[in-house]
Design a binder for this molecule. Sequence first.
Ligand code: 8X3
Length: 246
Amino acid sequence: ALPADTRVAVVTGASSGIGEASARELAGQGFHVIVGARRADRLEALAAEIGGTALPLDVTDADSCAAFCSAIPRLHVLVNNAGGAKGTTSVMDADEEQWRWMWETNVLGTLRMVKGLMPTLVDTGDGLVITITSIAALESYDNGSGYTSAKHAQAVLHRTLRGEHLGQPVRFTEIAPGMVDTEFSSVRFDGDADKAAAVYRGLTPMMAEDIAEIVGFVASRPPHVNLDQIVVKPRAQHSAMRAHRD
Ligand code: 8X3
């Protein structure tokens, strides 16, 4: 059993990228981190390394979310990190399966975790919800509407919580990154390594750790300080579709 004064964090999508790095960062700050993702082998290795707990989680599956949430005894920080993009097509060529996956992971996944864990966050007396959105939650661009619409929806869901829980002991932070070199682009391009590498060619993208350090900063502010929204990009990136490449 956990000592009663140990602070607890949940990170979704923790088997790689920003989720994995955030789990490490929060563990380094003394949190007991409960990591959720589908890839159990990677999750268990991470949990063992950081002294946390691995729990299987598929945010696209309501039963999986319910089982995960029912196992969380108390909770200070929820990092809604699970999400991603699939494909780049115009609206007219939109693929419903890709849209469904993007809306399930980014939007409904966040909704399920928030609904499942908010009572625990509030009961704990000092809760924090960090949602990793994207600059795609702030911009639209050609051939990106499945992803930009899902990220806009996820962000609006998250921002709405701030008002709906005003007066309760819970804080809400949206972190909206630009280019971060993770599995994001290889997932988007269905494993096509050349296309994925081209996204970051000629510039220095952010690393997962760059975002994790921000997660750590947010989580270490005192309870009266609510960082509402943080937008972060590589120096060479101006916006989703405009970057300087050497
Ligand atoms: C992805 C942001 O800038 O790589 O969420 O399109 S960017």
